[in-house]
Every structure is written in structure tokens, then in C-alpha cells.
Design a protein around this ligand. Structure first.
Ligand SMILES: Nc1nc2c(ncn2[C@@H]2O[C@H](COP(=O)(O)OP(=O)(O)O)[C@@H](O)[C@H]2O)c(=O)[nH]1
Ligand SMILES: Nc1ncnc2c1ncn2[C@@H]1O[C@H](COP(=O)(O)OP(=O)(O)O)[C@@H](O)[C@H]1O
Length: 204
């Protein structure tokens, strides 16, 4: 039987740099994880592509996905739905590949209940003021939305203790290295290595 891949969940407050760290990880040629593209009802930002950055959906289409049980998790965040299509995740894990989710903390909580064997990594900002700087300098939000995101961020930071690992995103390259090292260590810690040896011993 094919050994299953590892479900890696990167979460943390909005504006901490999840998207930035994820893009950097996936731009590196030695990264062997598969990225799970999320569905959302938020409008595409300039340069974003359907099916690459997100599957952009209407509210009706998204609600249909919820009703048809097509989402592993979903959350409504600052007025929009975000969710993880479940088929891709299951299929890819069954193929023995690691799947990487980059999602906000409500959704990560749902994934934890469904996939307790997943690897849950919390990306933390160096400070609250730096988090606010990042949300402001990104410049995609109005003042009201920034306030909403900061309020959510404070609550989200309290969820940190439910995670397997906390990675500080001080410098993007360092944060990426930490995430990748954790995944390597996790593979060594779990049955994967033992499983391979068991197979070898069975053959001999
Ligand atoms: N629960 C959940 N959250 C998601 C998903 N995809 C993206 N998010 C999160 O939704 C939040 C808002 O995303 P977005 O509008 O792209 O803004 P940004 O990531 O803050 O630039 C971020 O915290 C994302 O990580 C998903 O499939 N499920
Ligand atoms: N380590 C970092 N140092 C400084 N700025 C960062 C760092 N990581 C991300 N940023 C910036 O912070 C802002 C928010 O990052 P983003 O990846 O959109 O966050 P998230 O996906 O968590 O909402 C962006 O302007 C990004 O360039």
C-alpha cells in the first residue's frame, strides 16, 4: 500500500507573511510539497490568476461547494469566504505526496479536528507593531479593513499554543528555512523512515 503524504498547515494572523513565505518556499527548486490552491469569494487582486492564486468563486458557487461537502475546511474572513477543496488534498496525500495549506486560523482549527495527524505550523510576527506595519504597507486594505484585521490578529495570536511549532517571520528566508527544516525533521520523527526500513527488512 502507498504510504500517505504529510499534510502541512501553515497558519497565523493575516499580514504576518504567510503568502510571502509560501511563495518563497514554492519558488525554491528543492521544495517537494504540493500547494493546495484555495477557493475564495474575494475579488482577484492585480496580477492574481484563477486556479493559480485562488479559485475565484461567486458566493452562490462557494455555498454550493459547502453544501456538497467539497471543502475540507472553510472560513468567512473579513467579509469573504475562503476554503480548501477536499478532493485535491485527499488524492495528493493518497499518492504519497506532502500537501501544503496556507490558511487562516479558524480553518486550521477545522483541519486539526479532521486531520489530527497533520503538521501544524504557526507563523508569528516579530511584534504587534510590525504586524500592523505589514498590513498597512501591503496597501490592499482600507483603514476600516486594517482595523478589522488587527482585531482579528490579536485573537488569532492566542491560538498559537494549539500548534505543533511556532516560526517567527522576522526575515522571509529564515522563516522558509525553519518551515522546511521542521518538515524534514517531522518526516524523520514519524513512521516514514521506519516504514521504509520495515519494507526493506520484509524483503530480506
Ligand atoms: N480558512 C482558510 N483560509 C484561507 C484559505 N486560503 C487563504 N486563506 C487565508 O485567508 C486570509 C485572507 O487571505 P487574502 O485575502 O489572500 O489576504 P492575505 O493572505 O492576507 O494577503 C489569509 O489569512 C489567508 O491565509 C483557505 O482555503 N481557507
Ligand atoms: N519577513 C518579512 N519582513 C518584512 N515584511 C514582510 C515579511 N514577510 C512578509 N512581509 C510583508 O508583509 C505584508 C503581508 O504579507 P502577506 O504575505 O500578504 O501576509 P499574509 O499572507 O499572512 O496575510 C506584505 O507586504 C509582505 O511583503
Amino acid at each position: 500500500m502507498q504510504e500517505k503524504g504529510l499534510l502541512i498547515v501553515l497558519s497565523g494572523p493575516s499580514g504576518v507573511g504567510k503568502g510571502t513565505v509560501r511563495k518563497e518556499i514554492f519558488s525554491q527548486p528543492d521544495t517537494a510539497f504540493e500547494y493546495s490552491v484555495s477557493a475564495t469569494t474575494r475579488k482577484p487582486r492585480e496580477g492574481e490568476l484563477d486556479g493559480v492564486d485562488y479559485f475565484f468563486k461567486t458566493r452562490e458557487a462557494f455555498e454550493e461547494m459547502i453544501e456538497n461537502d467539497q471543502l475540507l475546511e472553510y472560513a468567512e474572513y473579513v467579509g469573504n469566504y475562503y476554503g480548501t477543496p477536499v478532493d485535491y488534498v485527499r488524492k495528493t496525500l493518497d499518492e504519497g505526496k506532502d500537501v501544503f495549506l496556507e490558511i487562516e486560523v479558524q480553518g486550521a482549527g477545522q483541519v486539526r479536528r479532521k486531520f489530527p495527524e497533520g503538521l501544524f505550523i504557526f507563523l508569528a510576527p516579530p511584534s504587534l507593531s510590525e504586524l500592523e506595519n505589514r498590513i498597512v504597507t501591503r496597501g490592499t486594505e482600507t483603514e476600516d479593513l486594517i482595523k478589522g484585521r488587527m482585531k482579528a490578529a490579536r485573537e488569532e495570536l492566542e491560538m498559537m499554543e494549539l500548534y505543533d511549532y511556532v516560526v517567527e517571520n522576522d526575515k522571509v528566508e529564515l522563516a522558509c528555512e525553519r518551515v522546511k527544516s521542521i518538515v524534514v525533521a517531522e518526516h524523520c520523527r514519524r513512521e516514514r523512515v521506519q516504514y521504509r526500513y520495515k519494507k526493506m527488512l520484509e524483503v530480506d
